[in-house]
Design a protein around this ligand. Structure first.
Ligand code: DGJ
Length: 694
């Protein structure tokens, strides 16, 4: 039983970790412990009773509060900030009761005076060593209450002064770059104000000690994410009293939620964990959880896809797509995706978004002849959509100019010549559900690529009671649309794309099966993008294509191998590939089909970081350790050079393994301690299968 609950103390245990909090004598709900699981319940420290420090710092500032409301003299980052109908802006949460429902602990708090109930939900994911927290806030009174901030959780790491924060930064074409920086006294804020997750930062954190840093497979790491695809905020605060608190939730910037009497607001979940096996252990915990607990299609094998965007851009038609489909199927592709440019009036990015029927010139007989040909070639058919967007030059916009997010007195800023439909509005949601439902019903579509190519501007919704709800209600509306479509078409596989990886988070992964990692497919840059992405997301979600963006200087085999370490696809113009290149691609696709179960369901070990130098390697190992795949890459290294051996990981020490290309067998211990020699020339790469024998 992983949850111990009394009326003043709570301990949540997973296989290897524990989390504890309790009431102080003064009745404050305080954090007690987060780290390695301890043998006895009495081992966990008691809730800190802290008296404060001088007249300037009261107990609620110096005590690590489990879910701090903005009240009294609590100057640290609050999780909850409320304005009551009478103008009072101080929320005093007191403990009422707790209950355990299976793997969930609920802790009920109420405001001391007003009829506001706050319930802290903790779900223990014992087998993944993860904890999931969210909060529900109920207005039980007779007057509306405004929530100005309602975070999902405050995560406290043990009190000490020397932490380091790892996080992911980026921009379009350069997503998920790993940054590690010291946390010093004060508050570091990471956020999105773009109505979506953003390319710039990802709602993930990992904290380790600066003086005893964690490595890939060793050291202590506290880590977490927010499962939310809208504006989010992470504050990493080091207090004057040696406490470090990571608070995460829906961004409060320009935001408010109005709770009418009897209404409840439920925050998104924050999922977090503690790893004593470094950053690798942290990633593997998240990966397993995503694979088995979040993804709608779980570990159903992802097919090798071909996407025609970079081959034809907007210049698509039935004949050109059929030609590409024929080549794609001849090299072993299993899913053919028709990208942008197929719908009414779409000859460039100036027009068409919103008018989702086949362009009469490009597809005079509709999409069905192409779909039938693709299927006759033995492939599934996939289609690109950008449902949230509209070009002013479209029939949809001409009919409903009021459906876009805007302020009536301001010009509507266009980005890529498009505006954003207000998915906070029920009529817009219903329209999209009906439209896409019909599209899927009328065509045999197995895969949808859902794109989003701009961020918000002029965030108006002024006819709504609380216009600042836009940020939250938009995302809830988006989830409702995806949810309804998934329910009606449960077999369709969905991809989340926002100009590459602009919408990558655990919230969207409850709806999408995979994510388009980046528009940047240059293999060398991509190694870093994928390594950053892999901190959070498993390979099965990491859509990776080989294109020709870097064909002039990177060998095809290297480019294919980089993409094969994720959910593999091809995005090149296949007309430009000669017979030898097509043969090479066919060979690698066949290999990918063999290694797919290991890549898509195995545990990831990052052996040598692409951020650290010109040699990088990673491997996937099946959970039962019977099979593994090693990927190794060398970019440029001036000769002469003695390449270091690659020390593998995750194998069974005493078992014997056969490695591709090697005579005889080697023990797991030898492969992990002595390592494996992999000879690579500049821009050389290797994919080696490793199988347990006996
Ligand atoms: C951005 C995506 O990331 C690309 O793959 C492609 O689908 C274009 N949009 C199409 O406009």
């Amino acid at each position: 039983m992983p949850i111990y609950s009394s009326d003043s103390d709570w301990i949540l245990e997973t296989k290897r970790t524990a989390y504890a909090f309790g009431l102080t004598e003064a009745g404050l709900l305080a954090h007690r412990y987060w780290g390695k699981r301890l043998p006895a319940r009495g081992d966990y420290p008691a809730a800190l009773e802290t008296e404060g420090w001088a007249s300037f710092n009261g107990p609620s500032e110096v005590t690590p509060l489990e879910y701090p409301g903005y009240a009294g003299s609590a100057y640290t980052e609050p999780c909850l900030k409320v304005t009551f109908a009478d103008g009072v802006r101080d929320v005093v949460l007191t403990y009422v009761s707790s209950e355990v429902l299976g793997d969930e602990l609920r802790v009920h708090l109420v405001d001391a005076v007003y009829d506001l109930r706050v319930t802290l939900h903790y779900r223990v994911h014992e087998q993944y060593d993860l904890l999931e927290r969210h909060v529900s806030i109920e207005n039980l009174g007779n007057a509306a209450v405004t929530l100005e901030r309602s975070f999902s959780a405050a995560w406290h790491v043990p009190a000490q002064h020397d932490y380091r924060l790892s996080h992911l930064v980026g921009r379009w074409f350069e997503e998920t770059q790993i940054v590690r920086e010291p946390l010093t006294r004060g508050t570091k804020v990471l956020e999105s104000r773009r109505i979506t997750t953003s390319h710039g930062h990802n709602p993930w954190f990992a904290v380790d000690s600066l003086t005893e840093p964690a490595l890939e497979e060793t050291g202590e790491v506290w880590f977490g994410v927010l499962a939310w695809s809208g504006n989010w905020k992470l504050t990493a605060e080091v207090s004057a009293f040696g406490q470090t608190q990571l608070s995460i939730g829906v961004n409060d910037w320009d935001s408010a939620v109005r709770l009418e009497p009897r209404e409840t607001f439920t925050t998104p979940s924050s999922i977090a964990g503690f790893s004593s096996h470094g950053f690798g252990g942290a990633s593997r915990a998240l990966h397993s959880y995503v694979r088995y607990s979040i993804l709608p299609h779980g570990v159903q094998p992802r097919k090798v896809l071909y996407n025609s965007w970079e081959a034809t851009f907007f210049d698509v038609d039935e004949a050109s797509q059929i030609e590409l489909a024929e080549i794609a199927s001849s090299i072993g592709v299993e899913l053919f995706v028709l990208d942008d440019g197929w719908f009414h009036g779409r000859n460039s990015d100036n027009a068409g978004l919103g008018d989702w029927w086949p362009d009469e010139q490009k597809f005079p007989n509709g999409l069905t002849p192409l779909i039938e040909r693709v299927q006759a070639l033995g492939m599934d058919f996939g289609l690109w959509l950008e449902p949230e967007m509209v070009n002013p030059d479209s029939d949809l916009y001409r009919a409903h100019p009021d459906w876009v997010i805007h302020f009536p007195t301001r010009a509507r800023t266009e980005m890529r010549n498009q505006l954003i439909l207000n998915l906070a509005k029920l009529e817009v949601q219903n329209y999209l559900i009906g439209l896409i439902d019909q599209l899927i019903k009328q065509h045999d579509i197995s895969f949808i690529k859902w794109d989003m190519n701009r961020n918000v501007s002029e965030p108006g919704w002024i006819e709504h009671d609380e216009p600042k709800e836009l940020w939250v209600r938009y995302v809830e509306g988006l989830y409702r649309v995806w949810g309804a479509l998934r329910e009606r078409h449960p077999d369709v596989i969905w991809q989340s794309c926002s100009g590459g990886g602009g919408r990558a988070d655990l919230g969207i992964l409850r709806h999408a099966d995979q994510i388009w990692t980046s528009d940047n497919t240059q293999a060398v840059t991509r190694l870093k993008i994928q390594e950053g992405f892999s901190q959070v997301f498993p390979a099965i979600t990491m859509e990776a294509w080989t294109t020709d963006q870097d064909a002039s200087y990177i060998p095809l085999e290297f480019r294919l191998h980089v993409a094969m370490s994720g959910a593999f696809g091809i995005g090149a113009n296949l007309h430009h590939w000669n017979a030898a290149q097509r043969l090479e691609a066919a060979k690698q696709i066949a290999l990918y089909k063999e290694i797919r179960p290991v890549v898509q369901t195995g545990d990831l070990y990052r052996l040598q970081s692409a951020f650290a130098g010109p040699l990088s390697s990673l491997m996937y190992v099946l959970p039962d350790k019977s099979e593994a795949v090693l990927f190794a890459f060398r970019t440029h290294l001036p000769e002469p050079v003695a390449l270091p051996k690659i020390r593998l990981n995750g194998l069974e020490e005493t078992a014997m393994y056969r490695v591709d290309g090697l005579e005889g067998l080697l023990s797991g211990a030898a492969l992990m301690s002595a390592g494996l020699e992999v000879a690579l020339k500049d821009y050389g790469s290797a994919v080696l299968q490793i199988r347990r024998v006996g």
